[in-house]
Design a protein around this ligand. Structure first.
Ligand code: GLU
Length: 357
């Protein structure tokens, strides 16, 4: 090379280096979010844009991200597939795997937040489970969709965009596990699925929303009231399995032998999805008291969508040795009871856990 080209070469090298450094530092500023995929409709595909039936969990994380313009400008995103199930097939085992993986990832300095994609059917159960077991104040945001990725007006891409927008927001820290669906930010304790098919399915009837997410910009209104994550006494570390807890649905004429059958089947706890304020007919109440005498913990929750179940209001819980679920619906009461039974079988202690979480 002749000397006259050397300055030009240095200039070109300098430009390349500075653009690399620029890209690096730009990239460095982006937060790192790990998406943990579990399956569900958000990763579902149908034969056509208007077909109601579809296969859950058919789409990879990369393909989901490819459908979202601008997502790469929000965060550095890594993906891991934890499971690939419709959430009706979610198990305690998968939930535990997820909880342990989230704790391991959030312990890494470079990970700023987690997004979990999940089917909507049991999303509230996994959200509440993680709310009790994640040991970090960093954001953990769950998201799903009601329409498969191939549908006309699929809701998954914007839900995922907003979920990532919440996961990178420093204001999301310390609020427990959050769920982002259809622009709304819910707390894990209070949300519940209210429509089998509508896009606007999740509601937080008793406590209201934690906030609103709009195209990645968030407005927070509320801090979840209950203990969670870093303040929770529950740990994933030593849990490999959880005791069987059944949910029994009460109704006019409910036969009491449902409770006896659950006990005979090996349940260590029973949640009654009671009528009204956690009620069941007299014969079932007697069966519940019989179960309690054998050391099975019976929690009275309600099949009604909103309101709390009060201790000793219509049922004498002290006398029958039962637990009132307070604000937890049956499916979340089951999650708390499974974890509580690892620590204690004393009804008074379990009642106080229901007032705390
Ligand atoms: N049953 C599916 C699931 O929970 C569909 C519901 C959904 O993801 O919206 O995974």
């Amino acid at each position: 090379m002749t000397p006259k080209y050397i300055p030009r070469l240095l200039l070109v090298m300098g430009l390349i280096l500075s653009s690399c450094l620029g890209a690096f530092s730009e990239n460095k500023q982006l937060p790192t979010i790990v998406i943990l995929a579990t399956g569900g409709t958000i990763a579902g595909a149908a034969g056509s844009g208007t077909q109601a039936s579809y296969k859950s969990g058919a789409v990879t994380i990369d393909a989901m991200l490819a459908a979202i313009p601008g997502i790469k400008d929000l965060a550095k995103i890594k993906g891991e597939q934890i499971s690939n199930v419709g959430s009706q097939d979610m198990t305690v085992h998968i939930m535990l795997t997820l909880g342990k993986r989230i704790n391991a990832l959030l312990a890494q300095k470079e990970v700023d937040g987690i997004v979990v994609t999940h089917g909507t059917d049991t999303l509230e159960e996994t959200a509440f489970f993680l709310n009790l077991l994640v040991k970090s104040a960093k954001p953990v945001v769950m998201v799903g969709s009601m329409r498969p990725s191939t549908a006309v007006s699929a809701d998954g891409p914007l839900n995922l965009y907003n979920a990532i927008g919440v996961a990178i927001d420093p204001n999301s820290r310390g609020r427990g596990v959050l769920v982002v669906m259809n622009d709304w930010i819910h707390g894990a304790h209070s949300l519940t699925k209210t429509s089998t098919t509508a896009v606007q399915t999740f509601m937080s009837p008793l406590r209201g929303l934690v906030g609103i997410s709009s195209y990645g910009k968030n407005d927070f209104y509320n801090n979840p009231h209950w203990k969670h994550t870093t303040a929770s006494e529950f740990e994933t570390a030593n849990i490999s399995t959880l005791p069987r807890v059944d949910i029994l649905y009460a109704y006019a004429g409910m036969p009491p032998d449902l409770i006896d059958a659950s006990v005979a089947g090996g349940a260590k706890g029973i949640v009654i999805a009671g009528v009204g304020n956690g009620n069941m007919n007299r014969a079932s109440l007697e069966a519940a008291a019989r179960a309690a005498k054998k050391g099975i913990v019976v929690v009275r929750s309600s099949r009604v969508a909103t309101g709390s179940v009060g201790r000793n209001v219509e049922v004498n819980d002290d006398e029958l040795n039962l637990v009132a679920s307070d604000e937890l619906n049956p499916q979340k009461a089951r999650i708390l009871l499974m974890l509580a039974l690892l620590k204690t079988r004393t009804t008074a202690d379990i009642q106080s856990l229901f007032y705390t979480y």
